[in-house]
Design a protein around this ligand. Structure first.
Ligand SMILES: NC(=O)c1ccc[n+]([C@@H]2O[C@H](COP(=O)([O-])OP(=O)(O)OC[C@H]3O[C@@H](n4cnc5c(N)ncnc54)[C@H](OP(=O)(O)O)[C@@H]3O)[C@@H](O)[C@H]2O)c1
Length: 357
């Protein structure tokens, strides 16, 4: 990282997520949109023209050979995460890799092993884990506002997703790896990983990938997680954490853009709005709690997308010499990857990219 401590990020991607992430990072002083790379130079140039990247490359190798790139960000479709992650490691680059980390847990294991051997930073861009709305929900639980967490119900039912790479097995398509990731992640974030039993059911799209699924997690002490995902539903991406004394309602389990804490008899106790901060019961801003949930004061800079936080966390990890995130450890990545594999295989779904076909 430069003397000025600005993190120079190099994008190995130029598609949908690349645009959304670049839009979020553009306003941050601590991050520079430094390099844009694509298999097709024109795509990288178009991204650079829109968001102001300093350097443009017509191949991923070229970007990785640039010593001024502090952090590589890979946001191509997941069947190619493995190859690109290995290429990043070989070039000695710290890496933020989009979710799902790889196409299966065998590939994930190898990428993690390679990075650990090389002593380089590696993190999964599961952005939800870094959001202030998620931190607010954690704090509300820790303060005892809803009592003991007993059940988490998380939905990623999305309409108009039956298109493009989503339905294509060669692109790692299906609801689970794009959308279900967030529902499962939400349950595991608040319930943990000591799961006693998993039951699930799936409906497949005509191409063989999963169109929608329901997954039931049972914990040894009776807690439950209910996770649903669909790429062909009417649209509900909300979640609820049910506690013994109250509930936390999450608007969008992917970006936690609004979170409301209800006590007994449904009384509002506190809330979070990702454009305002933490709110008291009367709707006024709780300045102290907002500072805790948003320590880098990203809210100060106006419109929040959400991707800002994972990059600020990567910068902090690199400044502190860490090799993985505290918020999303390698063990967290491996747990989720193994869970996706177990679910998919119980549904009879696999991908050509897992076998190098
Ligand atoms: N965190 C989030 O909120 C979020 C949201 C959406 C997606 N994602 C994840 O981000 C990844 C990319 O999704 P996306 O929606 O951005 O995909 P996309 O719009 O289809 O973009 C894919 C980009 O990857 C590049 N690419 C490199 N190798 C490729 C190959 N062999 N085949 C096709 N494209 C290739 C292409 O760039 P060139 O043609 O210029 O080389 C293309 O622009 C997925 O893993 C997805 O799960 C995350």
């Amino acid at each position: 990282m430069g003397e000025d401590q600005v993190l120079r990020v190099g994008f190995l991607c130029s598609g949908d997520i690349a645009h959304r992430v670049a839009g979020a990072l553009k306003k941050l002083d601590q991050i520079e949109l430094y390099g844009a790379a694509s298999r097709n130079r024109d795509h990288a140039q178009a991204l650079a023209d829109e968001f102001g990247f300093r350097r443009v490359y017509g191949s991923y190798e070229e970007l990785l050979e640039d010593p001024d790139v502090d952090l590589a960000y890979v946001g191509v479709p997941h069947p190619w995460h493995y190859e690109l992650a290995k290429m990043c490691a070989e070039h000695g680059k710290a890496l933020l890799l989009e979710k799902p980390f790889t196409i299966n847990h065998y590939q994930a294991e190898e990428v993690v092993r390679l990075y650990q051997e090389k002593g380089l930073f590696l993190g999964e861009a599961l952005w939800t884990r870094f959001l202030p709305g998620k931190k607010f929900a954690d704090d509300a639980i820790a303060k005892g506002l809803i009592g003991d967490v007993r059940l988490v119900d998380a939905n990623m039912i999305c309409s108009n997703w039956v298109r493009g790479r989503m339905t294509d097995p060669a692109m790692g398509g299906g609801a689970l790896l794009d959308l279900g990731v967030y529902a499962l992640n939400c349950a595991v974030m608040f319930l943990g990983t000591d799961i006693a039993d998993v039951k699930s059911t799936v409906s497949k799209w005509k191409t063989g990938v999963d169109e929608q699924e329901a997954v039931l997690l049972s914990y040894p002490d009776g807690r439950l997680g209910i996770c649903k995902a669909s790429m062909n539903g009417a649209g509900d991406t909300d979640g609820v954490i049910f506690g013994s004394k109250g509930t936390i309602r999450i608007e969008n389990v992917m970006d936690f853009h609004r979170v409301t804490v209800y006590g007994p008899e449904g009384k509002v106790l506190a809330g979070f709005d990702n454009q305002k901060g933490v709110l008291k019961a009367d709707g006024s801003i709780d300045e102290a709690w907002t500072r805790e949930a948003d320590p880098d004061n990203v809210l100060r800079d106006g419109h929040i997308v959400g991707y800002e936080y994972e990059f600020l966390a990567a910068r902090k990890a690199l400044l502190e010499g860490k090799k993985e995130f505290a918020e999303m450890s390698h063990a967290d990545t491996m747990f989720l990857m193994e869970s996706y594999d177990a679910l998919r295989h119980s549904w009879g779904i696999d991908y050509p990219a897992e076998y190098g076909l």
